[in-house]
Design a protein around this ligand. Structure first.
Ligand SMILES: [Zn+2]
Length: 213
């Protein structure tokens, strides 16, 4: 999950109009706001469910770009009351509160609570629970790495290989551009890569300045 800065301001009457789809693609960089997969197979999700919040059905700020898998996994009661609300990544910088890390040995995504903010505490906990469901499939019986985790693993390996290349190479500039691109919000699973940088003192010193929100 990353902080999404909405820049588009489409004029529309119904939420499934093409202009809304185009705007969401731009604002969310075609990335599912929950799992961070870059995908064309998306659904327009109503952050506050349309059945309950009728006045928000066609409100652009309530429309989110979500992959079909996450939209299916997300329990229907999310954001129906203040007790099951999750963090709104368009308003709050989620990376301040939640860290994501791939545990290769256990083939598991670790979702770590970093900070507690009194008014957000419940939302942070609910978000962690949902992300755990999405990444680790607590309902799934299979222990093997599934597609999503394999995808994350491949992207992380590729990123770590680039960093290694950067450290060994004398022609650093081109490699650095590539690293910057991989840390960008637009890049798939960027929050995982950003935490790799933040969690290592050497990498932090070298690359943290390229982590731009
Ligand atoms: Zn997703």
């Amino acid at each position: 999950m990353i902080k999404v800065n909405r820049r588009e301001n489409p004029l529309f009457t119904k939420y499934n109009e093409q202009i809304v789809i185009d705007s969401l693609k731009k604002d969310f960089y075609r990335k599912c706001y929950l799992c961070e997969e870059v995908t064309r197979h998306f659904e327009i999700e109503h952050f506050y469910p349309q059945k309950i919040y009728l006045h928000l059905v066609n409100d652009y700020s309530n429309l989110f770009y979500s992959c079909q898998k996450c939209n299916k996994i997300k329990p229907k009661n999310i954001n129906t009351t203040s007790d099951n609300e999750i963090i709104n990544c368009c308003e709050i910088n989620i990376e301040k509160y939640i860290k994501l890390r791939l545990n290769i040995l256990e083939c598991k995504i670790e979702i770590i609570k970093l900070d507690s903010a009194k008014d957000l505490d419940k939302q942070i906990d609910n978000t962690i629970k949902l992300l755990d469901r999405i990444y680790n499939g607590t309902q799934s019986k299979s222990n093997s790495c599934e597609d999503l985790k394999d995808d994350i693993k491949n992207i992380i390996f590729e990123f770590e290989k680039k960093i290694e290349q950067y450290q060994k190479s004398r022609l650093k500039r081109a490699i650095l551009e590539d690293i910057k691109e991989k840390l960008d919000i637009k890049s798939p699973y960027s929050s995982f890569k950003r935490w790799i940088i933040r969690d290592n003192n050497y990498l932090k010193k070298e690359f943290e300045k390229y982590i731009i929100d």
